[in-house]
Structures are given as structure tokens and as C-alpha cells.
Ligand binder design. Structure first.
Ligand SMILES: [Mn+2]
Length: 337
């Protein structure tokens, strides 16, 4: 399941886990299915291995993913005075993406970075970074298998969540065979995946669909229809009886790419507290991670994001300008090729 070049680092982490008693597992802010699933799967396995485990997610576990999470108290205060033997940070391109400050004795506490983002900054003492992996959950599955750590149907349910959501049900461009090997390992446990299928296919809130309807009526096309852009203001959400989280639940980020001529999309939206957000998506090889990184965010070539404490119009202008340039440059390059 592991690419051969990553076997040494996986072995190193397996040894570290074996030698550690108190372990902290954390992931990024506003956890998605992959962050929630990977932390949850890792925590369950380590608990079953008899370790003393803490889990840290600053924004907590989203309600719709709660069914995969074990009954443990989460650490949610931003500064963590760590007395752990080991800190595992999952699905995070940078330490700051966790929202936590980890105060630790660097001699005692090793910090391990386990991630698949192309924008990863290699911030760990040990970096298990596999940008070809579909998800952090795929990487955790490979690691647990390699380390011979507990991997039963409860662990499998957690890992399946991120594997399915981050790979968009195994439909990502360039999906590697290891995603399916991880799925096979997960299904071998006999896990019942119906809670995940129910959540994905019938788990939307009314407000998710109202936001979706708003988005589908209000997006704009530019760059010969290659770029779709959409601005969702807090006032729009309020009118729809919707909240910030419904933008994520709406499915709009990927849906804007379902038109035959459209290869890139950007959705700009805002939260009540004045933070503004961008989500970028693409297909066919347009690198939206470059745009996200230029704007202080990060992610993957086909799916990235950023956020900033500025007015939504300011962020929208910059995002649409940079995306327009990225899309135009991409298609100009294709014409010349
Ligand atoms: Mn991920």
C-alpha cells in the first residue's frame, strides 16, 4: 500500500509509536471528512493498542461527521502545553493550519507531519508526505497496516470517510492505485459503510440546497466559459436562512466544474465574524494551488483554498484576477503547445 520510497519514514514512525506512551493527534481548522476521519481512525487504533491518546481539533468535530468519532474529550484551546511523547499532525499543509501552538520540549516530544497536500511545508521533525495519496486517511491506513497496529471495522469506518470524501468517490484525476488498495484493506475488516453512504447521498440540510440554488442562479462565466466564479455574501446566506457551513454543504465548489467548457471555479464567501474565504477547484491540470498559495492559503493542484480577515469584495477582486490569469495562461500554453 505504501510507495517504496516512503517505507523508511513509515518504519521510523511505526518505531516511534511503538516507543511512545502518550500521543497527541491533531488536524486542521474547520475539519473536513479527511481531517475528521484520519484523526478519528488514528486515535481509535492507538487506543486499541493501549496508548494514552489525546485528540485536538480546534473547531471541534462537525455534526455530520460525529458518527465516526470516538467518545473522547477533544482538546480545543489554541495553546497546548504538550507533555506528550509524540505529536502526529494529520492532513495539514502547515503547522499553523491546525490553529494550535504546540509548546513542547523538542528533545522529548517528536512532531510528525502526515499529509498529502502539494503545498506541504515539511514542518515536522519527521515528514511523511505523499502528494500522490488521495487522502490523509489513505496514508493512515497504509501506516497502520505497515506498523501492524489495530485495524478493525471501527478504525475502518473512520478511514473510509476521508478516503471517499477527499477522492470524491474515487473520481479524482490521477487517482493512484493505492487509494483502491486502502479501500480493499478497509472493506476487508467487514465494516458496514452505509452510514457514510447515507451521509453523502442523503445527508444534506435544507439550507445546503437553498445555498446550492442561489449559487447555480448567480455564478458568472468568463475566460471563454473556462472559469466560473461566484460570490456569496453573508447577507445572501441570511436571506436563505443559511449559515457559513451550508456553503461547504452545498456541493457548489465541484458542481461549477460540471459544465463541459468549465475547467476552473472560484467561490468567494464570508463568515459572520468578518473573515472572507475562497475555494478554488479545477480539472485538466490547471494549478489552483499556486493561486491559493499566492493568497496565503494552500491545498492541492485541483482543489485549494484561502481565508483572510478582509472585506469580501477585496478578496473577490484579487481571487478572480489571479484565477483569470491562471486560466488564460493555461489555455494560451495549450494553444502554443
Ligand atoms: Mn485531505
Amino acid at each position: 500500500m505504501l510507495p517504496t520510497d516512503l517505507l523508511p519514514v513509515a518504519t521510523q514512525i511505526a518505531t516511534l509509536i511503538g516507543n511512545s506512551q502518550k500521543i497527541l493527534v491533531a488536524a486542521h481548522l474547520r475539519p473536513d471528512g479527511d481531517a475528521t476521519g484520519s484523526v478519528s481512525g488514528m486515535v481509535k487504533s492507538l487506543l486499541k493498542a493501549g496508548k494514552n491518546v489525546d485528540a485536538a481539533l480546534l473547531d471541534g468535530v462537525p455534526e455530520r461527521f460525529a458518527f465516526v468519532f470516538p467518545q473522547i474529550e477533544l482538546i480545543r484551546q489554541p495553546v497546548i502545553d504538550s507533555d506528550h511523547d509524540l505529536i502526529l499532525i494529520l492532513d495539514s499543509g502547515d503547522e499553523s493550519r491546525t490553529g494550535f501552538t504546540f509548546n513542547r520540549d523538542r528533545e522529548k516530544t517528536c512532531l510528525v507531519n502526515i499529509d498529502h497536500h502539494a503545498s506541504n511545508t515539511m514542518f515536522g521533525d519527521i515528514n511523511y508526505v505523499d502528494t500522490g495519496a488521495s487522502s490523509a486517511c489513505e496514508m493512515v491506513a497504509a501506516l497502520l497496516h505497515h506498523a501492524e497496529l489495530p485495524f478493525d471495522s471501527e478504525v475502518a469506518l473512520s478511514l473510509m470517510l476521508g478516503l471517499v470524501t477527499d477522492s470524491r468517490s474515487f473520481q479524482n484525476e490521477g487517482l493512484r492505485h493505492t487509494a483502491h488498495l486502502a479501500a480493499a484493506k478497509i472493506l476487508q475488516t467487514g465494516v458496514d459503510t452505509s452510514p457514510i453512504l447515507n451521509m453523502l447521498n442523503s445527508g444534506k440540510a435544507e439550507a445546503d440546497l437553498r445555498v446550492q440554488g442561489f449559487g447555480l442562479s448567480n455564478f458568472r462565466l468568463s475566460c471563454n466559459n473556462h472559469l466560473a466564479s461566484l460570490v456569496i455574501r453573508h447577507s445572501d446566506l441570511a436571506r436563505l436562512n443559511a449559515a457559513f457551513g451550508n456553503v461547504f454543504g452545498s456541493g457548489l465548489f465541484n458542481q461549477l466544474l460540471s459544465m463541459s467548457d468549465t475547467y476552473a471555479s472560484v467561490v468567494i464567501f464570508e463568515r459572520e465574524d468578518g473573515m472572507s474565504f475562497c475555494e478554488f477547484r479545477s480539472r485538466g491540470g490547471i494549478d489552483v494551488k499556486e493561486v491559493a498559495v499566492a493568497m496565503g492559503g494552500g491545498g492541492h493542484v485541483p482543489a485549494s483554498g484561502c481565508s483572510r480577515a478582509v472585506k469580501i469584495d477585496e478578496l473577490a477582486e484579487e481571487a478572480i484576477k489571479l484565477m483569470t490569469r491562471q486560466v488564460d495562461t493555461f489555455f494560451a500554453g495549450q494553444k502554443n503547445a
